[in-house]
Design a protein around this ligand. Structure first.
Ligand code: SAM
Length: 221
């Protein structure tokens, strides 16, 4: 996916994936991450997700990474976060409250950003990427995350011939191909979510399932 594609989505306000509520699967499953107080949560490809504000309300620190400046500024404005703009790791960085939001390409974020990460929240990040980028993304996570780091991963599965991504369909077998060598994988739940996704139904989907996984970086051999 070209960066221009995403920047244009934000400029045109075509952000059908954005939710005005906190994702119910995050609320239902945050306990799976077994977070200590003030944990540092990485939210890759974070958009303007209110899930970040919810993590902060639970007392955690959020490190978000997002290409679009508009997305990050929308988030800060809507959540009334007083902030300063700095440059960290060579990237524009918005710092305020419990947030450190980096504006740039996730694939170029330096390794040191990952050193202090306690957990990862991936909603609509892996599934935003086309197949070959999903491999790079999973490889990067395996290379950078410390052993023991848990990720709450939400995927969507549908018949890819019914609709072009994004979001892309990511099957259970692909999740295992991408992560099994380096992560312990446990499936938390799979639900039929077609009803709540009118936008995707209008794009042609006749079936849509959301799966929540807990994946934990294994010890390095
Ligand atoms: C489908 S949206 C999901 C946003 C968010 N996770 C949510 O749940 O609302 C994907 C987001 O990833 C951003 N994005 C795409 N490629 C990226 C990259 N290489 N680095 C950082 N952000 C990226 C897009 O701008 C977009 O905001």
């Amino acid at each position: 996916m070209e960066q221009e594609f995403w920047l244009e989505r934000w400029e045109k306000g075509e952000t059908g994936w954005h939710r005005d509520d906190v994702h119910p699967e995050l609320i239902a499953n945050i306990d799976k991450l077994a977070l200590q107080p003030r944990s540092r949560i990485l939210v890759p490809l974070c958009g303007a997700s209110h899930d970040m504000a919810w993590f902060a309300k639970q007392g955690h620190e959020v490190i978000g990474v997002e290409l679009s400046r508009r997305a990050l500024e929308d988030f800060l404005m809507r959540n009334r976060v007083r902030h300063i703009v700095t440059e960290d790791y060579g990237l524009r960085c918005y710092m305020g409250g419990r947030f450190q939001l980096l504006c740039g390409d996730f694939f170029t974020v330096p390794g040191e950003v990952f050193d202090s990460i306690d957990a990862v929240y991936d909603r609509a990040s892996l599934i935003a990427l086309p197949p070959e980028m999903r491999q790079r993304y999973a490889r990067l996570m395996a290379d950078r995350l410390k052993p023991g780091t848990p990720t709450l991963l939400l995927t969507l599965r549908y018949d890819q011939s019914e609709m072009k991504g994004p979001p892309f369909s990511v099957t259970d077998s692909e999740v295992r191909e991408l992560y099994a060598a380096d992560f312990d994988i446990s499936e938390v739940s799979t639900k039929d979510v077609l009803k709540g996704n009118d936008g995707l139904r209008q794009r042609g989907l006749t079936s849509l399932h959301e799966t929540v996984y807990l994946i934990t970086r294994k010890e390095r051999a």
